[in-house]
Design a protein around this ligand. Structure first.
Ligand code: PGA
Length: 232
C-alpha cells in the first residue's frame, strides 16, 4: 500500500472539493488516498475521502488569534496534518523545534503528522542535501508516536522539475537509515515536488518510496485521478 496525498495549499472552494470527492468515489485503488484541504473546507466530509489539514498550532487552545488547534482539526474530521512544509518554514519562519512541537500536538490529538523535510537549491548545489535532510529529520520528529516523513526538495516544488531517480533513491535511503538509527524504520517516507501523471508511477516504485505528496496536480480530477490510477 502506498500513500497518495494531495496538498491543496491555499487553493480550492466548496464546489471544487465536491467535484473532486465525487470523482474520487469511483476510483478503485489499493493505495491510501488522502487530501489535505485548507481549514475552511475540512468540515462536512460526506464523501468519506480521508482528509488532512496543512498546519496545526503547537498550542492546545487559548489566545492565539488565527491559529487552529489539534482538537479543532480532529473535530472537523481531519485524520492527518502536514507539518513543516517548506512554505511554512520559509514564509512563517517555522524552525525544526516548532515543527517538532506541532508534530507532538498532532499525535496527542490522534492525528498523524506528515513531517516535511527538504533542502534548498543552494544546499543542493553545494552538495549538502544528505546532511541537511538528516538534521531536519532528527530535529523535527517527535520522540514517540506514529508519523510520516515527506521528502520535498524545495527546488523541485511547483517548478516542474524533479531530482533524478538515483537522487531520490539516495535521499530516501539516507532518511530510512536516519529513522532506523532512532528505531523508526517502519515510518513511511513519501516523495513530493512536481509529481505528475507521467512520473508518479516511476517515482513511487523507487526503493524506500512509500508514497507521494502532490501539490498542483492534486487540484483537479483531470490531473489527480491519472496519478492515482498509475500508482500500483
Ligand atoms: P507540487 O507541490 O506538486 O506542486 O510541486 C508539492 C508540495 O509542495 O507538497
Amino acid at each position: 500500500m502506498k500513500f497518495i496525498i494531495g496538498n491543496w495549499k491555499m487553493n480550492g472552494n466548496l464546489a471544487e472539493k465536491e467535484a473532486m470527492f465525487k470523482a474520487l468515489k469511483n476510483v478503485k485503488t489499493n493505495n491510501k488516498v488522502i487530501i489535505c484541504l485548507p481549514f475552511t473546507l475540512l468540515y462536512d466530509n460526506k464523501y468519506k475521502t480521508i482528509i488532512g489539514a496543512q498546519d496545526i498550532s503547537q498550542y492546545s487552545n487559548g489566545a492565539y488569534t488565527g491559529d487552529i488547534s489539534g482538537e479543532m482539526l480532529k473535530d472537523a474530521g481531519a485524520e492527518y496534518v502536514i507539518v513543516g512544509h517548506s512554505e511554512r518554514r520559509f514564509y512563517h519562519n517555522e524552525t525544526n523545534d516548532i515543527v517538532k512541537a506541532k508534530a507532538v500536538v498532532a499525535i496527542k490529538n490522534n492525528l498523524i503528522p506528515i513531517i516535511c523535510v527538504g533542502e534548498t537549491d543552494e544546499e543542493h548545489h553545494a552538495g549538502r542535501t544528505m546532511s541537511v535532510v538528516k538534521k531536519m529529520v532528527l530535529e523535527s520528529v517527535p520522540d514517540d508516536g506514529e508519523y510520516i516523513i515527506a521528502y520535498e526538495p524545495r527546488w523541485a516544488i511547483g517548478k516542474g522539475i524533479t531530482p533524478t531517480p538515483e537522487e531520490i533513491t539516495a535521499v530516501h535511503e539516507t532518511i530510512f537509515k536516519t529513522l532506523h538509527s532512532i528505531h523508526k524504520e517502519k515510518t513511511p517516507i513519501l516523495y513530493g515536488g512536481s509529481v505528475k501523471s507521467d512520473n508518479a508511477s516511476e517515482i513511487s516504485e523507487l526503493p524506500h518510496v512509500d508514497g507521494l505528496l502532490i501539490g498542483g496536480a492534486s487540484l483537479k480530477p483531470e490531473t489527480f485521478l491519472p496519478i492515482i490510477n498509475s500508482v500500483k
